[in-house]
Design a protein around this ligand. Structure first.
Ligand SMILES: C[S@@+](CC[C@H](N)C(=O)[O-])C[C@H]1O[C@@H](n2cnc3c(N)ncnc32)[C@H](O)[C@@H]1O
Ligand code: SF4
Ligand code: SF4
Length: 377
């Protein structure tokens, strides 16, 4: 017996895909590639269009989710709150007994407060993107008025008792505001703040936002010290300087990504970046969820085997240590940098930097804490 599209019937344990066996998995769902903002760090493949994930696909998928080990849907985009059926999608998710969360720029949140409150029992976290502690820094990246909007949205959550946290993507321009961002998040009543490294893309590169590996290492050391000294929850997305080969929920098979085109892929961190189409694995328009999960499990297994072998081959370099960078390189999402000698990652990517042992940075890795559980990027 297989899980059934129409009834969501539970498959017997032995036929469930290895990917989700026995564990509650989060499915990150890109609801749309539409967005009201044009942030300087965001690749146009994530926000440049007017398409959205069809409600019909979600109506087919959501009843199958539990039977396939998925317990939580996390909405992202583009800007998830701009999906024309956002309220229906939240209702569908919560009504199927799934937990839900979202990451948002906060601009349109006031329109959706009633929906959020109605489905509060299943709401894990609202994550707001805050890309500077100062209004000028945040707005330089996200556009005029966006800082006020996101702080207003956070205040609305405080008033209604809705759980929220912040996500800050680090760039050359906001890296000096990490302590101030923690203080701001704490003062606003957030449950935590999560820092993330920038994924490389021609858009942030053209705005001189990117830091190279040495600058990232120095920043990570600051972040780890800040985390250790903080009485407020500080977490990281997995792009930092880590000892572990498989340090993140996707590579621990605890997180899946569905893009706005209905395709299951390796990770939400790779979605929408130039050249990263190779990270998509299965199209849910033409496959059922169990089949798609099996294809993804095989793909992830092959990736992990390749990475283990590389860690042992004596040619491990800076861009192999940063986990998200490794993945981006693996799927061809940073190939464009090979033609950009001035790019801060050019030397690491083209092999001009010296190789070193994979475990040379264990000390720094041990200081890395866990991510806040309910935020995504
Ligand atoms: C793509 S956005 C989608 C959700 C929503 N529009 C928002 O901005 O919160 C999800 C997260 O990805 C982050 N992000 C955008 N571009 C990025 C990049 N190049 N590298 C890493 N994170 C990035 C955003 O700052 C945001 O926190
Ligand atoms: S980061 Fe979010 S808000 Fe900014 S352009 Fe991308 S999708 Fe839109
Ligand atoms: S890009 Fe790779 S290392 Fe980064 S979160 Fe995704 S799967 Fe993990």
């Amino acid at each position: 017996m297989r899980s059934n599209d129409r009834t969501g019937e539970v498959a017997p344990r032995e036929t469930r895909p290895a990917l989700t066996a026995g564990r509650a998995v989060k499915l990150v769902v890109e609801l749309t590639d539409r967005c009201n903002l044009r942030c300087g760090h965001c690749p146009s493949g994530r926000h440049g269009g007017r398409a959205e994930l069809p409600l019909g696909l979600l109506e087919r998928l959501v009843p199958q989710a539990r039977a396939n080990g998925i317990g939580h849907l996390s909405f992202t985009g583009g800007e998830p709150t701009l999906h024309s059926r956002f309220a229906d999608i939240v209702g569908l998710t919560a009504g199927a007994g799934l937990d839900w969360s979202m990451v948002t720029n906060g601009w349109s949140l006031p329109k959706h407060l009633e929906t959020l409150q109605r489905h509060r029992a299943r709401l894990g976290m609202i994550t707001f993107s805050l890309d500077g502690a100062r209004e000028a820094t945040h707005d330089a990246l996200r556009g005029r008025g966006s800082y006020r909007r996101v702080l207003q949205a956070a205040s609305a959550c405080v008033l209604r008792g809705l759980p929220f946290s912040f996500n800050m993507t680090l760039t050359r321009h906001n890296r000096g505001e990490i302590e101030a961002a923690v203080a701001l998040a704490k003062g606003l009543g957030a449950l935590g703040l999560r820092f993330g490294h920038l994924m490389s893309d021609p858009n942030p590169a053209s705005r001189d936002l990117e830091m190279g590996p040495e600058a990232r290492k120095a920043l990570d050391a600051e972040l780890h010290a800040l985390q250790a000294a903080s009485d407020f929850p500080v977490g990281f997305t997995p792009g930092g300087w880590r000892e572990a080969l498989f340090p993140c929920a996707p590579l621990q098979d605890l997180e899946l990504n569905l893009d706005w085109q209905g395709r299951l892929g390796l990770c939400c961190h790779l979605s929408g970046f130039q050249g990263a189409d190779a990270a998509t694995v299965a199209d849910l328009h033409s496959m059922d969820l169990a089949e798609a999960l099996a294809a993804l499990a095989a793909r992830r297994q092959a990736f992990k085997a390749q990475k283990r072998a590389h860690a042992a081959d004596g040619d491990w370099r800076d861009d192999d240590h940063f986990p998200c960078w490794y993945c981006a390189k693996h799927v061809g999402a940073v190939d464009w940098i090979r033609a950009q000698p001035d790019h801060p990652w050019f030397a690491a990517l083209t092999g001009a930097a010296e190789p070193h042992a994979p475990r040379a940075f264990v000390g720094a890795a041990q200081a890395v804490g866990t991510c806040l559980p309910e935020s995504n990027g």
